[in-house]
Design a protein. Structure first.
Length: 247
């Protein structure tokens, strides 16, 4: 198998990355419904639907904004507009979704935590999506810098690079196992599971950005790294508590 992996079926080139992206949404949502049926959810169905709507709209806006911020170049052509509409990043989607949920909860007067039930489905969804990113090779900006590291791979441009998508797949598999066990603990405060996930994932992405061939920096950091810092500031109290808990 060569990367990018673009099989041809009946004379038609199959976009595996796009298929896995849609599959990620489908499987993650079905898994969420499964977990909700198994749990004693303290939120009503109407409240959950409002939260999901807020998360969807926030994620849509956030993913596009941060996708553009990664490469803030735009030309006023049809191709440029199409590219602008297609750029996206999971980091912006996660943080945008978080803000969308908070706004939705504020509008309906809901103050209880709602993120824990989404945590494992989100991890699973990102895991499936990252498989598609890996198979897309250099067609997606999820590849790393050139390296002589033992895990280096040719991702489609003839150069040995860090397979960042594979690193993330491995990391997501580990935290999925860890968070599955944490979810079974009744002693955890409501909402803390999702907050721990955000801190752990954004912390990982902050570090991994150092081995990505970014071009645009502000004070030596990429737009994704600045978003990670914003996330840590947003969850600063949880981060301090997590450090004390770890200690």
């Amino acid at each position: 198998m060569t990367i990018p992996f673009e099989p041809t079926v009946a004379g038609v080139s199959v976009n595996v990355h796009l298929i896995l992206e849609y599959l990620a949404f489908f499987v993650a949502f079905r898994y969420y419904l499964y977990l909700r049926r198994k749990s004693s959810d303290h939120l009503s169905s109407s409240t959950r639907l409002t939260i999901i709507l807020g998360a969807t709209l926030g994620a849509l806006a956030g993913s596009r904004i941060m996708g553009f911020m990664e490469n803030p170049v735009f030309d006023y052509s049809v191709d440029g507009l199409i590219h602008l509409l297609n750029v996206k990043t999971i980091m912006g989607g996660l943080f945008g979704g978080l803000l969308g949920v908070e706004i939705a909860k504020w509008k309906i007067g809901e103050k209880r935590s709602s993120g824990d039930l989404f945590t494992l489905p989100i991890i699973l969804g990102i895991f499936i999506g990252r498989i598609g990113c890996f198979l897309a090779g250099t067609n997606e900006f999820t590849y790393g810098t050139e390296t002589s590291f033992f895990a280096a791979m040719d991702l489609g441009d003839g150069m040995l690079r860090h397979p960042i998508a594979l690193y993330e797949i491995l990391y997501l598999a580990i935290i999925f196992i860890v968070f599955t066990r944490l979810a079974k603990q009744d002693k955890l405060e409501s909402g803390v599971l999702f907050q721990w996930f955000m801190l752990s994932y954004f912390g990982f992405r902050f570090l991994i950005e150092f081995i990505k061939p970014n071009i645009f920096y502000t004070l030596g950091l990429s737009s994704i790294q600045w978003l990670c810092i914003i996330c840590f500031v947003y969850y600063r109290r949880t981060f301090v508590k997590l450090l004390k808990y770890a200690y």
